[in-house]
Design a protein around this ligand. Structure first.
Ligand code: NAP
Length: 331
């Protein structure tokens, strides 16, 4: 497995998003199977594991903590606090974004994870009404105390990144990025490069769509976000077929799968981007981690960009759509 740098951290070029083992994608594997799959990813060289207090809520951190326990010191473990009350937390929304609230959330996460430090602690959303500098100061104190090694923000704006980074340097920004969601390409990803911050791409497979294994006749159940996000509305799945057709041509020419091409594209484009696909089977882990070995030349990357530029994307994934399913409102 190849490695790359995310801020001051060195991680595998493809990490593992662990949310789906407890949350967000419908039927769950049994606990032992989830642990086996996370350990398989580690055995294959994956060293970045991502969770959050909101996943489950809370139970995903316990699960991930159990899975990585035998090799805790060999992986970069990232978790997140939500900037408002989650589940039955005995705190108000306002208190959550204070030093007291963040410290309490971190102590609870450390207990659930069964570890005494988090490598990168993210602010899961950065409310526009908040002052990024205040959170950065708290994070700086937590770094000095050794409770976290670095910190990050998720879905933040260039201004929020600059203001926070000036107080306590950020290690990672984690935001949505894939061939179907490129809103952070214009400013945030180049800004992270300029400031030496790693960019972690969540939903890099566009919730599986880019693998080409999902079609308009499929239905989704329970807490599966694909019931709510418009990217998976039947008419949009049909309208987005040209993207899958292009991926088919390009991946056949490259001798890899569509999923691998979707990940290899962002790896080739940016030296400081690491995707964290969700994957809950041996085959998907092997396929997605295998993308790290798909090396695209400058010409191949240019050919992909030319194809993508011709395609209009229909539908997206928004917090508002997901909140309609009853998930915690992040800001
Ligand atoms: N910061 C944030 O606000 C935020 C938001 C969302 C997610 N995240 C993090 O980012 C991680 C990844 O997000 P995501 O789960 O939405 O990523 P994703 O990889 O785009 O989507 C995961 C879905 O795609 C499927 N999939 C992945 N690779 C596949 C392949 N090769 N072939 C077929 N299907 C494939 C998965 O299937 P199976 O799981 O069924 O195998 C799952 O249903 C999460 O686990 C979480 O840690 C962060």
């Amino acid at each position: 497995m190849k490695n790359r740098n995310l801020g001051k951290f060195t991680v595998s070029s493809v990490g593992m998003g662990c949310m789906g083992f407890s949350h967000g994608y419908g039927a769950l594997p049994p606990e032992e199977e989830s642990i086996r799959l996370m350990r398989k990813a580690f055995d294959m060289g994956c060293t970045l594991f991502d969770t959050a207090e909101a996943y489950g809520p809370f139970v995903n951190e316990t699960l991930v903590g159990k899975a990585v326990k035998p090799f805790r010191d060999k992986v970069i473990l990232t978790t997140k606090f939500t900037p408002c009350k989650v589940g039955d937390q005995a705190i108000t929304n306002e208190e959550k974004l204070t030093a007291k609230g963040i410290r309490k959330a971190l102590e609870d996460s450390l207990r659930r994870l069964g570890t005494d430090y988090v490598d990168c602690y993210y602010e899961h959303r950065v409310p526009l009404s908040s002052r990024p500098e205040e959170i950065a100061e708290v994070m700086g104190d937590l770094i000095k105390e050794g409770k976290i090694r670095g910190w990050g923000q998720s879905q933040s704006t260039p201004e929020q990144i600059r203001r926070a980074h000036a107080v306590t340097p950020l290690s990672m920004i984690q935001s949505e990025y894939s061939m179907m969601e490129r809103m952070f390409e214009a400013e945030v990803i180049p800004l992270c490069k300029e400031l030496g911050i790693g960019f972690v791409a969540f939903s890099p497979m566009a919730s599986g769509f880019l693998s080409g294994k999902y079609n308009a006749s499929m239905t989704y159940v329970d807490d599966d976000v694909r019931r709510a996000i418009t990217r998976f509305a039947k008419e949009n799945v049909i309208a987005n077929q040209p993207l899958l057709d292009a991926l088919e041509r390009l991946s056949v020419a490259k001798g890899c799968t569509k999923a691998q091409l979707a990940l290899a594209w962002m790896l080739a484009k940016w030296p400081h981007v690491v995707p964290i696909p969700g994957m809950r089977s041996d085959a998907r882990i092997e396929e997605n981690l295998g993308a790290a070995d798909v090396q695209l030349s400058t010409e191949e990357l240019a050919a992909i960009e030319t194809e993508l530029a011709k395609i209009t994307i229909h539908g997206n994934r928004t917090d508002e759509d997901i909140q309609r399913m009853g998930y915690v409102k992040a800001q």
